[in-house]
Every structure is written in C-alpha cells, then in structure tokens.
Ligand binder design. Structure first.
Ligand code: HEC
Length: 146
C-alpha cells in the first residue's frame, strides 16, 4: 500500500491513508514507537491524557458474525468504525504536544479527504480481519484492489 501524499497544508492529495504506518501488518499491531493518535480525552476524569500510544491489534475489531467489537480506543469513542475513520479524516492538534508526527504532515493535523468509497473500502477491509480467511487468501492483502 502507498503512503499518503499531502499538500503543504496537510491535506491529502493522493496515495493511501497511512493506517498501516502505525497498525503494522501482518497482525496490524501498533508500531512500538507510535505517539498518540489525537484521541486525548482522559478515560475517567476531565482533562487530557497525552500518553495513550498503544492499541490492540486491529484483528477482530469486527466479530466473525459482523457485529462490532467496540467501543474503540481508550475512551470508547464509538462502536462504529465510521466514527474512527472520521477521527483520522480530520486530526485536531489543539492541546496535544505528543501526537505522532505521521498524523501532522507539514505541521498540520492531517486532512485525509476520505471519499465515501474509500471509507467503505477500509471498513470492508477491517471486516476481513475477523476469522481465518485473511491469513491465506491474496485478495484480502489490499483494500483498494477492485
Ligand atoms: C500515528 C499512528 C497511527 C495511525 C497512522 C493510525 N492509528 Fe489507529 N490507533 C493508534 C493509536 C495510538 C491507537 C490507540 C488510541 C487510544 O486507545 O486512544 C489507535 C487505535 C485505533 C483503533 C481502535 C482499536 C481498539 O481496539 O480500540 C482503530 C479501529 C484504529 N486505530 C484504526 C485506524 C485506522 C483505520 C487508521 C487509518 C485511517 C489508523 N488507525 C491510523 C495509532 C495510529
């Protein structure tokens, strides 16, 4: 998969959408050197927590029966992968001095400019990460293969 390309204001112009830069294949486990991803609310109190830099594998974010295994992230942002994608689609830098630089092209919070077709493709891809077929079938190796 291609990395995303951004213009000088952090708006994606082409390329991939960068998820695998942090959630690394084959297990889509988090890069050990990741900083936070912009979800910085405190789980159990007001204020912020800039130190959540870990994520479980993205395998089985959707159960084999098709239902969500959310809520997602340390504050349980949502049960819904569209909400997750909308977060990465428009990264907010306010009050966050520990965000991973992969999400701040040219110093701006990334704007992925995701189309509905891209969101659908990524969610369809994530849905394949439940069960066993993904370990053996080539067609699941890239969300953008038609
Ligand atoms: C800069 C590294 C980075 C990038 C790039 C990134 N993520 Fe994440 N991701 C994280 C971190 C860190 C967390 C944990 C956040 C938390 O718990 O608050 C996370 C959490 C998640 C979760 C929740 C997992 C769970 O079980 O709760 C999902 C789903 C997810 N990311 C999907 C994506 C998708 C889809 C993309 C691409 C659009 C993406 N991520 C790009 C670092 C990244």
């Amino acid at each position: 998969m291609q990395p995303p390309n951004f213009d000088n204001q952090g708006v994606r112009v082409n390329g991939g959408i960068g998820c695998a830069g942090c959630h690394q294949a084959p297990e889509f486990s988090i890069d050990p050197n990741s900083l936070n991803n912009g979800v910085i609310a405190n789980a159990n109190a007001p204020g912020t927590d800039l130190l959540v830099t870990r994520s479980p594998t993205l395998r089985d974010v959707v159960k084999v029966d098709g239902t969500s295994n959310g809520p997602f992230m340390h504050i349980g942002v949502s049960n819904n992968l569209t909400t997750v994608l909308n977060h990465y689609d428009a990264i907010n830098l306010a009050g966050n001095n520990n965000i991973d630089p992969r999400l701040t092209p040219n110093g701006f919070g990334q704007q992925l400019n995701l189309t509905q077709a891209e969101k659908d493709a990524v969610i369809a891809f994530l849905r394949t990460l439940g069960g066993n077929d993904v370990y053996t079938n080539d067609k699941w190796s890239d969300p953008f293969i038609p």
